[in-house]
Design a protein around this ligand. Structure first.
Ligand code: NAD
Length: 269
């Protein structure tokens, strides 16, 4: 039985814990959780009543779990991934942007027996980007549209507070690469980093972010030009009820990744 540890008891962490109980109980059990906020752990306990997990410090969780699930924050991912790799364990990472701040990641990966798993998130097309990489990818661009309410506490808008009030209809508020995008919107564009890691890297992956108080959904459009041809995908995501910054599909994508890891029948690139 695989002993799972979840770091971050919020929206995605609780959804994954429920999925483990419902779908994977013959293979894995939730053994440990960790969260910087004790209130979140108590809420989590009420939702996941059946599991006999223990709330422990992160270092203990890494030491005792076989497989770690990070659903906390960029900062947590940056700190936890090197420790997990050094202890030869596997980790599923949701706060993908944190990976960009890890020094000597490739060397850590080479020296470790562990694996890093990154779900596609709320976008479509990662399978095709990976396949395109066997040829030559010329350009990758993601255009993200999110409601103003889900971007307003981002570092970008905390610096440009005055611009918020002036936005009444769809407006392009950011254009740059994936590394710059995640620095400005750390809780909103993890998918841009995932796309960049799958394709041509964070410096070359172009990102545009539109926002409007009139938007109701999180929308992502991806355009890839490669030696195989052209790919365009568009996803209109329903936001997760508990955290509108997170798309419901991102949760589904993380559950599907676990399913693929645990299954002997694997579909998709
Ligand atoms: N990869 C993707 O496609 C994708 C999609 C949506 C969200 N995300 C990211 O996944 C993460 C989780 O999203 P969510 O919607 O569940 O967020 P959430 O706010 O609902 O939950 C996050 C939880 O993590 C806890 N936490 C924060 N920092 C921590 C730390 N250092 N150590 C332990 N616990 C910590 C918080 O207290 C909270 O309980 C976020 O970083 C989010 O940006 C990624």
């Amino acid at each position: 039985m695989i002993q799972l540890g979840i770091i971050g008891c919020g929206t995605i962490g609780s959804a994954l814990a429920k999925a483990v109980e419902k779908k994977f109980s013959r293979i894995a059990r939730l053994a440990y959780v960790s969260d910087i906020n004790p209130v979140q752990i108590e809420k989590f306990r009420k939702k996941i009543a059946a599991s006999k997990f223990r709330a422990v410090p992160v270092s203990h969780l890494i030491q005792k779990s076989d497989f770690i699930i990070e659903t906390a924050s960029l900062c947590a991912a940056e700190q936890v991934i090197p420790k997990v790799l050094k202890s030869g364990k596997d980790i599923l990472v949701l706060s993908v942007g944190g990976i960009l701040n890890i020094k000597h990641l490739q060397s850590l990966i080479r020296k470790s027996r562990g694996h890093i798993y990154i779900p596609s998130g709320g976008i479509a097309g990662i399978d095709a980007v990976l396949a395109s990489k066997t040829g030559t990818i010329n350009s990758v661009r993601i255009t993200t549209r999110k409601p103003l309410s889900s971007l307003q506490n981002s570092p970008y808008f905390l610096r440009n507070r005055s611009r918020l009030g002036a936005i009444r209809k769809p407006k392009l508020v950011f254009e740059g690469n994936a590394a710059e995008a995640i620095r400005n919107f750390p809780e909103n564009v993890n998918v841009a980093v995932t796309l960049s890691l799958a394709g041509i890297g964070p410096e070359r992956t172009r990102v545009r972010i539109f926002t409007s108080p009139t938007y109701r959904y999180n929308m992502h459009e991806i355009e890839i030009k490669s030696s195989f041809g052209q790919i365009v995908t568009h996803v209109t995501n329903i936001p997760a009820r508990e955290n509108p910054k997170t798309s419901a599909l991102a949760i589904g994508s993380a559950v599907a990744t676990l399913e693929k890891i645990f299954s002997r029948f694997k579909i998709g690139t």
